[in-house]
Design a protein around this ligand. Structure first.
Ligand SMILES: Cc1ncc(COP(=O)(O)O)c(C=O)c1O
Length: 391
């Protein structure tokens, strides 16, 4: 079902803000976030959800999610401080990522924030800070890559590194209190998540058998596809991923079966709530399809080449033609869509809105040729509720 776009509202915003301009539908976010919580609770009643800040760490968005009960998954000192200053309790913050600086680790330890150790070197650094057994330390287990399940992800501890880590933890009188994995982004199927979890069961066994572990949580990470990947993952629901994870966790040592299970959703929450308002600038006659130029380009939607971004025209008109849609940047590859529907005679100034840009596109966009691009928050709906992968 195609969402019905609130054209009048978007035209008003374009008149006030100019284009290009990001628009974020907070009501859509609340809807999706509420459904995700309900699904997670149904399978893991004492589990918890930690919103992955890197997806889109705008203060309004993280505040809305905190109010709904989400914790924060952060990957830098900046995000850690943002979470603390926006009222996330330290017990509801998880510090992940491959680079955690000494002062950032010190802050996390002092505040009682959970730290998922990514490497042996990081563990040595933590040990040098003498955090004691009360520190909330978890180990990230390296998984097979979600995108290419025959090779290993660079993140987390390999099985050999895990053995060294357990010895070091024992020597330093630390305690492992959690296990973490993240099977990859936009996982194409629930089976890929299940595969990563099943594969980590031997690592979980090794942790349980060591004398320095008292596990209190299992964290299955994120990777739940958003609407921009639905063409690749099919109509997978968040529920399907959670059920697959639950079944796969049964292969882990039985002593871990009753632990709270955490998940770290990112793009599934925010992607569909974000839009980019833009306008048509020029038409070029080309073979086999004409090219349209917009005033926003690939620098604002970095995933345009690989992810699905619906394009809606705000003028009510029959979409009878096919076009290649280009951005305003001076590089040939600034292609937003190679086959989009448009009106017979586009008029300069025609407004368009491009969907599914509320996650990493927003956070990795850079202005390049423009001043910073405005981000407008709405309490009203941009589109009617459509089928989303969260249901
Ligand atoms: C450790 C970890 N958790 C959660 C996420 C969020 O993933 P997604 O936005 O695909 O749900 C990521 C993304 O890369 C991650 O690396």
């Amino acid at each position: 079902m195609a969402p019905r776009i609130n054209r009048a509202l978007l035209k008003e915003i374009a008149a006030e803000q100019g284009t290009p301009c990001f628009v974020f539908d907070l009501e859509h976010l609340k809807d999706v976030a509420g459904r995700i919580i309900a699904v997670q609770r149904a399978s893991f009643p004492c589990g918890d959800l930690f919103y992955s800040f890197k997806t889109n760490s705008d203060k309004k968005i993280v505040s809305v999610l905190r109010e709904l009960g989400y914790g924060a998954e952060v990957v830098s000192g900046r995000e850690l401080k943002l979470a603390l200053s926006h009222g996330f309790l330290p017990s509801k913050i998880i510090f992940n990522g491959p680079l955690k600086r000494r002062d950032e680790l010190q802050l996390a330890i002092q505040e009682g924030v959970t730290i998922h150790v990514d490497s042996l070197d990081e563990l040595r650094l933590i040990a040098s800070l003498r955090p004691g057994p009360r520190a909330r330390l978890g180990l990230r287990i390296a998984t097979l890559k979600g995108s290419a399940p025959q090779s290993w992800s660079r993140f987390g501890l390999s099985r050999l590194e895990l053995m060294d880590a357990l010895q070091l933890i024992h020597r330093e009188e630390l305690l492992v209190r959690g296990l973490h994995l993240h099977a990859g982004s936009n996982l194409k199927s629930p089976e890929l998540l299940a595969l990563a979890i099943r594969d980590a069961s031997t690592a979980a066994q090794a942790v349980v058998e060591s004398s320095c572990a008292a596990p209190e949580w299992i964290d299955i990470g994120g990777g739940f596809p958003g609407p921009s990947a639905a063409h690749r993952s099919g109509p997978q629901t968040f529920r399907a991923y959670i059920l697959a994870a639950k079944a796969a966790l049964k292969t882990w040592p039985s002593s871990l079966n009753e632990l709270p299970v955490f998940a770290e959703p990112g793009r599934i929450l925010t992607e569909g709530a974000g839009y980019l308002l833009t306008q048509f600038v020029a038409r070029k006659h080309r073979d086999p399809v004409d090219a349209l130029v917009l005033d926003a380009g690939r620098n604002l939607i970095p995933s345009a080449g690989t992810h699905f971004h619906p394009i809606h025209w705000l003028r009510c008109c029959a979409l009878t033609q096919r076009f290649a849609v280009y951005g305003r940047n001076c590089f040939e590859s600034d292609l937003l869509c190679d086959w989009a529907a448009g009106p017979e005679s586009p008029r300069p100034g025609d407004l368009l809105v491009i969907g599914n840009v509320g996650a990493y596109d927003w956070s990795t966009a850079f202005p390049w040729t423009d001043a910073p691009i405005p981000l407008v928050f709405l309490q009203a709906r941009v589109a009617n509720p459509s089928v989303t992968p969260s249901s």
